[in-house]
Design a binder for this molecule. Structure first.
Ligand code: SF4
Ligand code: SF4
Length: 302
């Protein structure tokens, strides 16, 4: 029985594939996108998250719980020494307010699927299912494979939300077990992609080509980040690339938001990423129309 690290399970998700879904978020990602919406999912291991504003002045429960003596109080608020913390989670277990929380828990594939399957009745009625996201779910391939098999055994539809930056052999292995791939594309220019995500996009583009050719059902998701990938050059190049595939997949545009920046401030390892401007509904509509005018089937999320 394989186990893996999951940092969230969100029920009644409406934007991670068709129908009502439960989304299971797996830890670990090979990319470091500067606009990352889930920075607590980047590292593979559980990680302490600190919200000092929730700390109770009169409480000292975590100080005695910490085996590393990594915690002190200053001006009535908790302070954690990042160099001493081992992310064991002992403090989070005793914290009454959620000021200390562990992002990530180790769980068996069977238990994760049993948790996701609680809403199976809604999946049936809405054409939904279970989506595996992250982080990057393919960064834990054995765990993911076992969860997909368990879903299939229970008759649950599945989707895998991937950045595509993995050896193709992994995609090939899970493709027969997956009903839908939500495949993220960010920026077409290779140098810009490297600068913004920490990785070149050649593997990502090659993988989607092969995945579409294999007959897999794919929806491309593009996070529209102002000043990053909403310009004419990137839109035209992305559309040309998608139309060059054996069967151009539909495109769903995702709205950039700043929740990732807020979450990033709570990480013990310090802030990651950058703040980008908000886009308006009119900006998103302009991008959607432009993709549509280039012959793609495209819609936009909320
Ligand atoms: S997670 Fe870190 S701060 Fe909390 S008890 Fe463990 S070592 Fe101490
Ligand atoms: S256990 Fe929670 S509320 Fe109590 S001192 Fe520690 S962080 Fe603050």
């Amino acid at each position: 029985m394989s186990t893996g690290v999951v940092f969230d399970v969100q029920r009644y998700a409406l934007h991670d594939g068709p129908g009502i879904r439960t989304t299971v978020f797996l830890k670990g990602c090979p990319l470091r996108c500067l606009w990352c919406h889930n920075p607590e999912g980047q590292l593979g291991d559980p990680e302490l998250v600190v919200r000092p504003e929730r700390c109770l002045a009169e409480c000292r429960a975590c100080l005695s719980a910490c085996p590393e003596k990594a915690i002190r109080k200053k001006a009535g608020r908790v302070r954690v020494d990042a160099g001493a913390c081992r992310s064991c989670g002992a403090c989070a277990e005793v914290c009454p307010t959620g000021a200390l929380e562990l992002a990530g828990r180790r769980i068996s594939a069977a238990d994760a699927v049993a948790e996701a399957a609680r809403d199976a009745v809604f999946f049936e009625e809405s054409g939904g299912g279970v989506t595996f996201s992250g982080g990057e779910p393919l960064a834990q391939p054995e765990f993911l494979e076992e969860m997909l098999k368990a879903c299939r055994d229970r008759g649950l539809a599945t989707a895998v939300d991937t950045c595509g930056y993995v050896p193709y052999e992994i995609l090939e292995r899970i493709e027969p077990l997956t009903d839908l791939f939500l495949y993220d594309l960010k920026v077409m220019d290779a140098a810009k992609h490297l600068k913004l995500t920490g990785a070149d996009n050649a593997l990502i583009l090659d993988n989607i080509k092969r995945l579409v050719r294999s007959g897999a059902r794919v929806v491309v998701r593009i996070p529209v980040v102002p000043g990053v990938n909403d310009d004419e050059d990137n839109i035209v190049r992305t559309a040309a690339f998608l139309k060059s595939l054996d069967s151009p997949p539909p495109v769903r545009l995702l709205l950039y938001h700043r929740l990732g920046c807020v979450k990033s401030r709570r990480l013990l390892r310090g802030r990651v990423g950058r703040v980008f401007p908000f886009q308006t509904a009119a900006d998103m509509e302009r991008v959607r129309r432009r993709y549509a005018s280039l012959g793609l089937e495209v819609d936009k999320g909320d």
